[in-house]
Design a protein around this ligand. Structure first.
Ligand code: ADP
Ligand code: NG1
Ligand code: MG
Length: 460
């Protein structure tokens, strides 16, 4: 193993992590009558800025959170994959590790594990059949909240398969394989979640670029605290077509602009690819969007006319299975969001590096602009997320939805000395009035987050 591979760490001797590993080990013994051979851990993430741009080929700015998925693992000789979960809400599941189907219409928890296993089976370079695995999964990332619990589960599962087969895959390679894995469950995401889960380094956020995957650590300004607040409106991305519809709207905008530029439109699928070939700056792309599209929805027939193609070809070349039924697409607003958000990511990085006296205010302003763009142009916010962002104004430096949206969490930038006051304000004005918060431990739904470390393996 080298430094580029997920580190193998000694089983901790005390602390919260130790307690969690211990309870996984005990449950493992109860279910399988033996001890786990090793444990894998993959963290969730909070994206600070750069939303819905990764699948368009643009850089994002996430940091790993402390919360994670841990899986206790041992090989078996039966060739089966047996999964249990510490949380009894996730029922046990078994299948043949070399012969299973992933049901796209059913985003049940074990399907995410299967996505990770499938990714390694297809691309890990394992010769012959996979060895059977027994697993107990335990996680503390709030699910369906935009903190990427699903990808943490996928990444942990693939790391389990990789370690069980003695592979030495680098973090980059694992991130690339896992970025494609979740597509087996239907979501056409871009790779941010998997990249940060493997590449995160404690105490720094990362700017991550794609095609090829590259990342640089960025130190956040001193005194900047990022507070995550869960709106408690859940959103399972794989359960409907809203997420993929946005991916397709960006793809359709790309193809129409490519066609207008005299390019072979079928060869272009991301706005980033198009920008590159046109050799234009982001502000120029923003102007091109306004010159090309009107802010109204375009019907599928009209899009076919603009591309000079038929609905059948569009279904086949452009649209995902779960977006073929959609008859209207917004192109202007979606593309405008992507290009302006991509620009904000570089601005955010520049401000972190230049560290002027007004850095926190400037970062906060970008975060608020980003939120308004997701709310008004990308239409992926939720009234509860908007309420949290509005409440944050004046107390936090800025706030925005994080992750895919349509529910889930916001992230707020708060000056260190204002954090207690900010949390108190949200407790009084939001959580005390929110029925879903009743009986919940407030520390699991409203918490400050420091940049955490990336995926690893624990051995005893
Ligand atoms: P997000 O990635 O934003 O948290 P998703 O909707 O993409 O939300 O994924 C959430 C799904 O991930 C859950 O419905 C569940 O199937 C799975 N999941 C999350 N945490 C766990 C866990 N601790 N154990 C098993 N499955 C989990
Ligand atoms: P979450 O928040 O985990 O649903 C999704 C995508 C990301 C990215 C963000 C929006 C997956 C696995 N994740 O994240 O790639 O596109 O939305 O910025 O599809
Ligand atoms: Mg997810």
């Amino acid at each position: 193993m080298n430094n580029n591979c997920p580190p193998v760490k000694k089983f901790p001797k005390e602390g919260k992590q130790y307690q969690r590993l211990l309870s996984l080990s005990e449950k493992f013994f109860r279910e399988f009558s033996c001890s786990p051979q090793f444990y894998v851990r993959a963290p969730g993430r909070v994206n600070l800025i750069g939303e819905h741009v990764d699948y368009c080929g643009y850089a994002v700015f996430p940091m790993a959170v402390e919360q994670d998925i841990i899986i206790a693992v041992a090989t078996n000789t039966s060739g089966s994959l047996n999964m249990h979960n510490i949380d009894v809400g996730y029922p046990e599941f078994s299948c043949d590790i070399n012969d299973f189907e992933i049901n796209k219409n059913q985003p049940t928890w074990y399907n995410y594990v299967l996505c990770g296993v499938r990714g390694l089976r297809d691309e890990g370079g394992i010769e012959g059949p996979l060895v059977g695995l027994d697993m107990v999964v335990g996680g503390n990332i709030p699910p369906s909240s935009g903190l990427s619990s699903s990808s943490a589960l996928v990444c942990a599962a693939s790391l389990a398969v990789s370690h069980a087969h003695g592979l030495s895959l680098t973090k980059d390679r694992l991130a690339e394989i896992c970025a494609r894995c979740e597509r087996h469950i239907g979501t056409q995401g871009g790779g941010m979640d998997q990249a940060i889960s493997f590449l995160a380094i404690k105490d720094t956020a990362k700017v991550i670029e794609f095609n090829p995957l590259q990342s640089v650590s960025v130190t956040l300004p001193p005194g900047a605290t990022f507070v995550v607040a869960n709106s408690l409106a859940p959103m399972n991305k794989a359960a409907n077509s809203s997420f993929n519809c946005r991916v397709m709207e960006c793809r359709l905008a790309t193809q129409i602009m490519a066609k207008n530029a005299g390019l072979a439109w079928k060869e272009y699928s991301t706005l980033g690819q198009l920008q590159k070939i046109l050799g234009m700056s982001l502000p120029q792309m923003i102007r091109l969007v306004s010159d090309t599209f009107e802010p109204r929805p375009y019907s599928k027939e009209e899009i076919c006319e603009l591309l000079g193609t038929s609905p059948e070809v569009l279904n086949q070349i452009t649209l995902s299975e779960n977006t073929r039924h959609i008859d209207h697409f917004k192109l202007h607003d979606r593309a405008l969001h992507v290009f302006s958000e991509a620009h904000r990511v570089w601005e955010f990085k520049r401000i972190c590096e230049e560290l002027s006296e007004t850095a926190l205010e400037e970062l906060g302003r970008l975060m608020l602009e980003s939120h308004r763009s997701t709310q008004l142009l990308y239409e992926c916010s939720h009234p509860k997320l908007d309420a949290l962002v509005d409440l944050s104004q004046g107390v936090a430096e800025g706030a925005r939805l994080t992750g895919a949206g349509w529910g889930g969490c916001i992230v707020a930038l708060v000056k260190e000395e204002a954090v207690e006051n900010y949390k108190k304000m949200l407790r009084e004005k939001y959580y005390n009035k929110e029925p879903e918060a009743e009986g919940r431990d407030i520390n699991t739904i409203l918490f400050s987050s420091r940049p955490g470390s990336g995926a690893c393996i624990f051995v005893q």
